[in-house]
Design a protein around this ligand. Sequence first.
Ligand code: DGY
Length: 325
Amino acid sequence: MKKVFVSLEYPGEAVGRLAGKYNVVVFREERLPTRKELLEGAAGSSAVISTVADAIDKEFIDLLPDLRIVSNCGVGYENVDVAYATERGVMVTNTPNVLTETTADLAWALMISVARRVVEADTYVRSGKFKTWHPSLLMGRNVHGKTLGVFGMGRIGSAVARRAAGFGMRVLYHNRRRTEASEKETGAEYAEFPRLLEESDFVVIASPLNEGTRGRFGAEEFRKMKRGAIIVNVGRGPIIKEAELAAALEEGAIWGAGLDVYEKEPEIHPGLPGLPNTVLLPHIGSAARETREDMIDMAVTSVELALDGKTPEHLVNPGVLENLK
Ligand code: DGY
């Protein structure tokens, strides 16, 4: 019986579909597997269902001679050495689409929470400080009517932009390439990167991590932004130079930040948690029950297809088809 290793336990019934047909081994701890646990758990597998936190590198792939598919449960897959997997005839799949709207919702939760100081206000009430209404108590900034700048106009960026219509916002976006379909869908206007920084009241990062986006936001970019601007990151942590963000927030170069992802996740730059103008979340962009069930369902379907000798729909390395074992 072929072995399938699942590197974490997921909600829903999808993984159960594999039982009986395959030898399914699930890492059931409520924490990530260590490197040793990952390698030992996956040994002998034909399929692995992994997460963004698992390094599926050359060493990992070389240790699994029967490996046919790495089904990464998430839209991002920068944790997988895709080029090497392709060379070794290993399919790599991800779980796009099902998490788009959920992640866009969270970007808005961050925008509104930072602008209207929701978390700070909640802490204020819970700590018994709310004694009287006062006109200048916990004043924030408006969201409606402002300019939203979306960095990375892919599926999630477009979904973030679409929501802006309800808030009467102007939307700018910056992307590697102009995307006319998104412009039509959202009414967003393409802006060169400096203009996006200079004119946006909210900058939302929704791009994947690649050599073009790594470290793209640092001191110089924060200086170009409006002093009242808020930056939100639901893409990948290393797109922002976190130490430089902490300094910019401290100095008041920008007004606030809402982060769901971090440069050296799960570590957070020590300058950030002490700042009241930040809202910091533990990478929960797609963490809605229905969405997580849809993600694992998609990841399991990819495994079923690959092990049946078929081509999964969300193959990120189609070049592998020429190298299949
Ligand atoms: C994704 O889907 O990429 C999420 O960030 C979880 O990895």
